[in-house]
Unconditional design. Structure first.
Length: 345
């Protein structure tokens, strides 16, 4: 493939997503001897729902389950181990549609088009210029202590999916990763079978552009067309099921810096402030209640992670004084932040 190509996946994180990733998380937990019910505790997801292909969850719920798995997993277990479980078949109808494509390029383009069904946390930017192809990965949300775990899971998932599509283990020519080499850096070269460079300015994957022309052995245009239509309907369903409460929670949960005001949120979701208030009231909540709940959840996650001082946590949660944060946390949980951290550790 010598012509120039440039395609991107969407640049925003979806509010809702299929339950596929959580199902993979929980089944993997069972394999590693982790109590599956503990993984789901507090997420609002039942163990019996993991077999329901139509079950839709929020991105917030998925992250909650992923964090719990990371906390309960044995210390040697990393995102590199979990990523292999997120293979092509785990992506449901989208994975099957990709297998039925004519070429590897068609399959990758399909996956990027319906990336909401992949449950990704990155924007993918695919370019081809001459003999080389490049994939740039841009993080869509800062997950603090959980970011590295998510990246490792997703990069191994990407490699596993590409390996299955191409029926080849040699996918990348080089990998450039925008973080310091971890203690298990040697595993990267073992898994990806290529040179890996850390401390790069951005996540960049380099590959031989010729692989995009490779015909796929399971190509079936008719089946692919049918499955792609199903994928389109699934994506429409994700958008149709989003409530105003879901949208507000999503914006507050993944806000960078200070929490946005209701007026700012109105501009972000393109809805008048009065309409937001009315819709939230009809849904049995309010902006103030949602913000308080998000602060509580973020506080618990940050305290349990154990790597930030209480002063820093108060600042991240937009409290002007630490005393205000302490008072709020005691009201939420009935205990102090210090006692909560001690119990979590």
């Amino acid at each position: 493939m010598s012509e120039k190509i440039h395609i991107k996946s969407k640049g925003s994180l979806s509010v809702l997503r299929p339950i596929n990733n959580v199902a993979v998380f929980v089944r993997a937990a069972g394999e590693y001897g982790i109590d599956q019910k503990k993984i789901l505790a507090g997420s609002g997801i039942k163990l019996s729902e993991l077999d329901d292909p139509l079950r839709i969850i929020t991105t917030e719920q998925e992250i909650m389950v992923g964090r719990r798995l990371a906390q309960l997993a044995p210390s040697p277990l990393s995102g590199l181990d979990l990523g292999a479980h997120h293979h092509l078949i785990s992506k449901g109808k989208l994975g099957m549609a990709a297998m039925c494509c004519e070429t590897a390029f068609d399959a990758l383009k399909l996956m990027l088009t319906y990336i909401d069904l992949v449950s990704s946390y990155f924007q993918y930017d695919l370019t081809v210029d001459g003999k080389n192809g490049y994939v740039r990965m841009k993080e869509l949300v800062n997950l603090d202590d959980f970011s590295h775990y998510v990246f490792e899971t997703e990069i191994v998932s990407l490699y596993t999916i590409c390996s299955m599509i191409l029926d080849d283990e040699h996918i990348f020519k080089e990998m450039h990763l925008a973080f310091t080499a971890p203690g298990h850096a040697a595993r990267y070269k073992e898994i990806f079978r290529c040179p890996v460079f850390f401390n790069a300015p951005q996540h960049l994957l380099m590959f031989d552009a010729l692989i995009l022309n490779k015909p796929l052995k399971h190509a079936n245009p008719l089946t692919k067309k049918f499955l792609e239509e199903e994928c389109r309907h699934l994506c429409e369903r994700l958008n149709e099921n989003v409530t105003v409460k879901d949208k507000i929670r999503h914006e507050l949960m993944f806000a960078e810096g200070d929490f946005p005001t209701l007026d700012q949120l109105a501009h972000r979701i393109n809805m008048p402030e009065r309409t937001i208030r009315r819709r939230l009231k009809a849904e049995g909540t309010s902006y103030k209640e949602i913000l308080s709940d998000i602060r509580k959840q973020k506080a618990q996650d940050l305290i349990a992670a154990g790597d930030l001082s209480m002063e820093k946590i108060a600042e991240k949660l937009s409290y002007s004084e630490v005393a205000g944060f302490y008072h709020a946390f005691k009201t939420w949980t009935g205990t102090t932040p210090a006692n909560y951290r001690k119990k979590a550790s």
